[in-house]
Every structure is written in C-alpha cells, then in structure tokens.
Design a protein around this ligand. Structure first.
Ligand code: KIV
Length: 298
C-alpha cells in the first residue's frame, strides 16, 4: 500500500488532524470526507448510536439524502414498484439495478451505497451471486450488496464476504417471495416462526453479513434479535429497538399514490407539491403568462 492508497483521515468533524479525539465519532457529521464503511456501522452499534437508511433510485434524490446526512442509501429492488412501474420487485433485472445503482453512487459523496441483488440474480448458486455482486461493485461502484434469505442464503453470504464483498442480509418478510408468501404478511408470529427468524438472524451473522434488515417482524421479536446479534439490525416495520431503520423514500416523502403500509410515516407530501407545480405551469402556459419577460432572452 502506498500513501495514495491509504484511506482518508478518519477524523471527526471539529477534531484537528493528528489530535486525539475528544468525543466519540458519530455517523452523523463524524465522517465528513469519505464514504461511510462497514466498520463505521459496527462502531455505531458498539456506541449504541442509531442510524437511518433510505432507498434511492436516481442521482438527484440520492444527492439530497447525502447532503441531509443519511449515512446509508439502499438502491432497493423496490425500484420495481417505486421507479420502474412494475407491480412488484420480481421483474427487476440486473441491468436495471446496475444502471440505478451507478446513478446513486454518482450523486453521492459520503453515504455507503448498498445495491440490491434482484430476484433470480443470486438464488441459482453462490457462483451466480458472486458474479452479479461483483458486477454491481465494478460497474456501479456500490460499497455493499443486499440479498434476501436467512439460513437458505448463508452459503452465498459466506462466499461473497470471503471474496471481499460486504453483504447486508434481509430476513423476515422477503418481498421477492411475494408469490410464495401469497402477499406481504407480517413474519415471525408464533413460537415456531419466531425461532425460525432467530435462526435466520444467527445464520446470516455467522456467514459474515455486516448488517441484517428485519422486515415486518413483531417489535418484541426484533428487539430480542437485535440484542442477540453483534451486527446491526435495520428495521422496517420491526419496531423501535432495531439498531437502524430503513424506509422506502417514495413512501416516506408521500410520492406513491394509494395506501402506504402501517409502518410508514410520511414526512412530506411531495406528490401534492409536484402535482400543484405541474398544474400551475400548465395553467400559465395555457393562459400565455409563461414564459414572461423575466424568463425570456432579449
Ligand atoms: O428493496 C427495498 O427497498 C428493500 C427495503 C424495503 C429494505 O428491500
């Protein structure tokens, strides 16, 4: 390793380079000049610092979240429903995920970008998973990949992590199995299902995952799993006791039409704002008041 290959100084904001740290490094503002890494997330769990993850599917929106200090952005295959107009995540392809992930990486400076492996891109064999995960890293530049499944995906997670690819696992409700599950039911209810979830969580940690998404899981069970794991849990519909939370950005910003799941909090109503802007623009064009002198060249 030469000097140009050394990672940038990991100095928290406000601490001069070379000086001992006087306060613990925070994901929010502590990592200022470089991308968030898996080590930062592990350290945040040690400190008990919670973090927020959002999905992103394009460079402009990703840039907004990056500037807002969101430490981890997921290019989820929820892009299928939320950006590409499919009915579910099932039709999403590797080509689509690669293009969207590359856009999110280009639009960001400090967030860790996690690229989702879409349905059919990793279930065939660990070798297929390695090929596609490597493609997301090489062609899109993501810092980590995510894949669904607990015990059933453990061998794949092991191979990817051995190859140097950070893996975020995803257990509980796994939307790529929508047809097998017959919808999107809450998981882990009842003793047997709870034990299965606990086994899945242990299996992905043992296999080397650096974090695990718990989707649609009773809050008490998610809290137990979070306490039992050394790696961070990222909850979505899994209560308040996970180490981190994730929301689909179009849900939390009010972009999606129709009903949102119970666990979604809407922090904005962008659909109304954009719709109003579009209507005003069309009215002004129709009425001849746009463009006016201010918006025309002399
Ligand atoms: O695809 C996605 O956006 C996800 C999150 C909901 C975790 O998997």
């Amino acid at each position: 390793m030469n000097a140009s290959q050394l990672p940038p100084a990991q100095t928290p904001a406000g601490t001069p380079a070379g000086q001992p740290e006087t306060h613990p490094r925070s994901l929010y503002g502590g990592v200022v000049n470089r991308r968030v890494t898996v080590r930062d997330l592990a350290a945040a769990k040690q400190r008990g610092e919670r973090w927020a993850m959002l999905t992103a599917y394009d460079s402009l929106t990703a840039g907004v979240f990056d500037e807002a200090g969101i430490p981890v952005l997921l290019v989820g295959d929820s892009a299928g429903n939320c950006a590409l107009g499919y009915e579910s995540t099932v039709p999403v392809t590797m080509d689509e995920m690669t293009m969207l992930s590359a856009a999110v990486v280009r639009g960001t400076k400090r967030a860790m970008v996690v690229g989702d492996l879409p349905f059919g891109s990793y279930q065939e064999s660990p070798a297929q998973a390695l090929r596609n995960a490597a493609r997301l890293m090489k062609e899109a530049g993501v810092g980590a990949v995510k894949l669904e499944g607990g015990e059933r995906s453990a061998r794949t997670i092991e191979l990817l992590t051995e190859a140097g690819i950070p893996v975020m696992a995803h257990i509980g409700l796994t939307p790529q199995s929508v047809h097998a599950l017959g919808g999107y039911p809450v998981q882990g209810r009842g003793d047997e299902a709870a034990h299965k979830l606990q086994r899945d969580a242990k299996a992905v940690q043992q296999a080397g995952a650096f974090a695990v998404v718990l989707e649609a899981v009773p809050a008490e069970l998610a809290a137990q799993v979070t306490g039992a794991l050394a790696i961070p849990t990222v909850g979505i519909g899994a209560g308040a006791d996970c180490d981190a939370q994730v929301l689909v950005w179009t849900d939390m910003a009010g972009m999606n039409p129709g009903r949102v799941p119970k666990f979604v909090k809407q922090y904005a109503d962008l659909r109304a704002v954009l719709g109003q802007a579009a209507r005003e623009y069309a009215d002004e064009v129709r009425g001849g008041t746009f463009p006016d002198a201010e918006h025309s060249f002399k």
